[in-house]
Design a protein around this ligand. Structure first.
Ligand code: PMP
Length: 325
């Protein structure tokens, strides 16, 4: 899984333990304190930030608030494999735009009068593709005014920060919203915390479909502590990215087809041999899965990454017939 294998960020454990003393109290049911802190960090106002139980929940709230039956939501493919499900759950129709490298013109061309939202995953899961600011600006310029763009930045911290767009800085355009999570970079997947930033009129409707207790109080405490450890978080993400690049280089040396990735995972393309590769890794105690026509290999601790390379070496000795090169 695309998880963070580092121990908790400094201060998180203490914050969790301290918050346990107050679990019998309502506390900040609306997570307003966390929203204020996030807004301050982002240089924006709290009415433009909504906290929620992870980015998956916020994606669902966004789609539910802004889509209705008969509308459509456009997204690239391959991309996060939950998008079609989340879109259908909101009563809308998913429209997938094929292409391993996302083309803003093709995305814009798939938009119709019925389209309400374009979902952009950056870095993309599972391909790892990183989109820069120019790409996002071009997409916005090519889209009609009635379409919202939601950029899913779940893996943003693992990418080269000079290369990847920071969609929160493009928020002068009210059509653009951004969703982020504490699940990956901050290592809090089990606590369920994320946030969505956008124009007040885009964020406001999400509050109406949000559960009253937005984020558990213990999770709020952990998230605030994790924000205080921002420098360490970025350092850890850089270390994860270095491991990811090490594994990619090793796999490519062995002849595997692996595009560059800005996430904490790699997408290995073996064509018709994907399942065989997955079964082979399983024999070595490594669990990976096929996503959108490739094998997604998450970055683990160095020993686990070494195990992937060892298993891949044994596999590449066999003929790789029909692999996409
Ligand atoms: N977006 C993307 C692209 C993801 O890969 C995931 C998790 N796999 C999520 C959102 C949801 O993460 P969470 O709900 O834990 O924030």
């Amino acid at each position: 899984m695309n998880e963070n294998h580092w121990p908790a960020l400094p201060g998180v454990r203490e914050a969790l333990v301290n918050s346990l003393a107050d679990v019998n109290l309502t506390g900040d049911a609306l997570a307003a304190g966390l929203e204020r802190r996030l807004a301050a960090d982002l240089g924006t106002t709290p009415d433009r930030v909504v906290a929620g139980a992870g980015s998956g929940a916020l994606l669902q709230q966004f789609l539910t608030a802004h889509c209705a039956p008969g509308t459509s939501v456009v997204h690239a493919w391959p991309s996060f494999d939950l998008y079609p499900l989340l879109i259908r759950n909101a009563g809308a129709e998913p429209v997938a735009v094929p292409g391993e490298q996302q083309d803003f013109r093709a995305v814009a061309a798939a938009v119709t009068d019925d389209t309400r939202v374009v979902l952009v995953c950056n870095p993309n899961n599972p391909t790892g593709e990183v989109l820069g600011e120019e790409w996002l600006r071009s997409l916005l310029a090519a889209l009609p005014q009635h379409v919202l763009v939601l950029v899913d930045e779940a893996y943003r911290e693992f990418a080269d920060q000079a290369e990847i767009a920071d969609a929160t800085t493009l928020s002068a355009d009210p059509r653009l919203a951004v969703v982020r999570t504490f699940s990956k970079s901050h290592g809090l997947i089990g606590l369920r915390v994320g946030y969505l930033v956008g124009a007040q009129e885009v964020v406001g409707p999400l509050r109406r479909v949000a559960p009253f207790h937005r984020v558990p109080t213990v999770a709020q405490a952990a998230a605030l502590a994790a924000l205080d450890a921002g420098a360490r978080m970025r350092e850890q993400c850089r270390a994860v990215a270095a491991e990811r690049d090490r594994v990619r280089a090793g796999l490519r040396e062995l002849g595997y087809d692996v595009p560059p990735s800005g996430g904490n995972y790699l997408w290995v393309r073996l064509g018709p041999r994907n399942q065989e590769f997955i079964a082979h890794l399983a024999e070595h105690g490594i669990a990976v899965r096929e996503v959108a026509g490739g094998v997604r290999v998450s970055t683990g601790v160095p020993e686990a990454n070494d195990a992937v390379l060892t298993a891949a070496r044994a596999f590449s000795g066999r003929p790789v017939e029909g692999a996409v090169r």
